[in-house]
Design a protein around this ligand. Structure first.
Ligand SMILES: Nc1ncnc2c1ncn2[C@@H]1O[C@H](/C=C/CNC(=O)c2cc([N+](=O)[O-])cc(O)c2O)[C@@H](O)[C@H]1O
Ligand SMILES: [Mg+2]
Length: 215
């Protein structure tokens, strides 16, 4: 059967990237998506904003919702301080399989725990299963209607505490209106929009950074 797009993306990484070199994996995926087939990675433009926020935050505990092919996983993991803990959730087994190989090509498998499962099932179990008390950074990039319910569940489970930074992709395109309204109107979040473009296009999109101020 014909390979899926994630499998074709992985082939592009294997053909172009250098094993153990995260930047070459990022470059290979961006080249593939810009010149061969568009794919819903955060991309190089928004990725640079993501990089600067990760560097500035130097987070110890990181959660990513929606691994997909592992592009943003590699971007984040390559910048984490030693000893940091990074959990990424992906419920599609085919995407998870591709992401594991992409992360492996970058040589970052020891920095990342890819959990195959749905955020709704796993968020309540992260504390007891992984011994994580709270997250310094949460990157939201999964189904857009899941951003708000998952954020509320993270709050209820105490995994979002004073200082936690939520970073949400696609708040303009495809858009996450209910999430955006929540973080921008809540007195418990200090929210800021980083204007950019939808990956590999000229369409407007951006990242919303929301700092939890405590209850
Ligand atoms: N509850 C859950 N738990 C675990 N994994 C889950 C999940 N819900 C979705 N996922 C996974 O997260 C990814 C979905 C991304 C949706 N992005 C998008 O739909 C998207 C679309 C465009 N676009 O259309 O231009 C641009 C973008 O940057 C985008 O991120 C997929 O890999 C999916 O399997
Ligand atoms: Mg996205």
């Amino acid at each position: 059967t014909r390979k899926s797009r994630p499998q074709r993306l992985l082939k592009a990484v294997e053909g172009k990237a250098t094993l153990g070199d995260p930047q070459s994996v990022i470059t290979a995926i961006d080249h593939f998506c810009r010149h061969k087939e568009w794919a819903m990675n955060v991309g190089d433009e928004k990725g640079s904003i993501l990089d600067s926020l990760v560097i500035e935050l130097s987070p110890v505990n990181v959660l990513e919702l929606g691994t997909y092919c592992g592009y943003s996983t590699v971007r984040i993991a390559r910048l984490l301080p030693p000893g940091a803990r990074f959990i990424t959730l992906e419920f599609n087994p085919d995407y998870a399989a591709v992401a594991r190989q992409v992360i492996g090509w970058a040589g970052l498998e020891d920095k990342v725990q890819l959990v195959e499962g749905a955020s709704g099932d796993w968020i309540p179990r992260l504390r007891e299963h992984f011994g994580v008390q709270m997250f310094d950074l949460v990157f939201l990039d999964h189904w857009k209607d899941q951003y708000l319910p998952d954020t509320k569940q993270l709050e209820e489970c105490g995994l979002i505490q004073k200082g936690t930074v939520l970073l949400a992709d696609n708040v303009i395109c495809p858009g996450t209106p209910d999430y955006l309204k929540y973080v921008r109107n809540s007195p418990h979040y200090d929210s800021r929009y980083y204007r950019s473009h939808l990956e590999y296009t000229k369409v407007e999109d951006g990242l919303e950074k929301s700092v939890f101020l405590g209850f």
